[in-house]
Design a protein around this ligand. Structure first.
Ligand code: 5RP
Length: 300
């Protein structure tokens, strides 16, 4: 086994080239990165997530309750979700939220949160377990299973174990896995950290990765052999959130998986539409912001 120190020193010495201008080479004719060699069922689930025309997705994340409880904006899922379903491609949620607050009469993708164990009263959020087994993911018709991964945190090994077990079950039953890159409280959202974390999770077999936008994002995307969707993170102004969404797509993201920047917006439905126009209709952030202003200006 190479000396642990060696890779670090080597990494610092040798110039890296991410060929950010060279498209991914081994995708065959399937529209999802890294999925060309997967089976029919996996590809069907991934197509329920990533639109074949744009290759992209708008995921609406409202799984926050699994560790944040009734966070602002999600107090009444039964009121909020029916308003947004027609404006997004995928719902990212817990099984509890879906079964109690979302009627099954919609035709959108489902990203099912299957890890748990954190809570806002924990100091360290990184100790999670697999809370949903693959049989219930099958019952819920999940198009992917979402697992939090804490690279660099005390719970790193257990989260990698969770991810690997979910991937193994997903391979058995042709359900993709979404690896969610978490950033511990004492960590920085640097490209160095996200390059490490996204590549580790992809190498372990995740089919989709959710991370955050940061500098050198195009290099993170280039080095990651599966599609990256971007989480919104803490609430920004609508204008700033649209800039971040646009920069993410320009950097090679295949979609956004936003929560707080939609459900804590003054106008969640319009915000979801704006994200969709950036993701599927090639709107710039400026065009999307103009659309937002037009749709939300006070009626005379
Ligand atoms: C919560 C999550 C969320 O799905 C993810 O962070 C996206 O939500 P937001 O845009 O609010 O960050 O993983 O643990």
């Amino acid at each position: 086994m190479a000396d642990k120190e060696e890779p670090k020193k080597d990494a610092e010495k040798i110039e890296k080239n991410y060929y950010t201008d060279v498209p991914f080479k081994t995708n065959g004719n399937f529209h999802v990165k890294g999925a060309a060699n997967l089976d029919w069922g996996m590809k069907k689930h991934l197509t329920n997530i990533f639109n074949p025309k744009s290759g992209n997705t708008v995921m609406f994340a409202f799984d926050h309750g699994y560790f944040m409880g009734s966070v602002s904006g999600l107090e009444r899922l039964d009121i909020l979700i029916p308003q947004l379903i027609d404006h997004v491609d995928v719902l990212m949620a817990t099984r509890g939220a879906l079964r109690t607050c979302v009627k099954p009469n919609f035709r959108k993708g489902i990203a099912l949160r299957v890890s748990a164990g954190s809570s806002m009263i924990n100091d360290d959020l990184s100790n999670e377990l697999i809370s949903v087994d693959v049989e219930d993911a099958i019952r819920m018709n999940a198009d992917c299973m979402a697992v939090q991964v804490f690279i660099g945190a005390p719970g790193q090994l257990s989260s990698i174990n969770n991810l690997s077990r979910v991937i193994n079950a997903g391979v058995r039953f042709s359900i993709p896995t979404l690896g969610v890159i978490a950033v511990g409280k004492n960590m920085e959202r640097t490209s160095q950290y996200f390059k490490l974390a996204t590549r580790i999770v992809a190498e372990l077999g995740a089919n989709i990765i959710k991370t955050y936008y940061c500098e050198q994002f195009d290099e993170i995307v280039a080095a990651c052999p599966v599609p990256i969707v971007v989480a919104g993170g803490k609430k920004l102004s609508e204008k700033e959130a649209l800039v971040m969404a646009y920069n993410s797509m320009q950097g090679g993201a295949r979609g956004l998986d936003m929560g707080r920047n939609i459900f804590q917006s003054k106008n969640p439905v319009v915000m979801a539409d704006c994200i969709g126009k950036i993701v599927h209709n090639k709107y710039t952030d400026k065009e999307a912001w103009e659309y937002y202003c037009e749709k939300t200006k006070p009626k005379k």
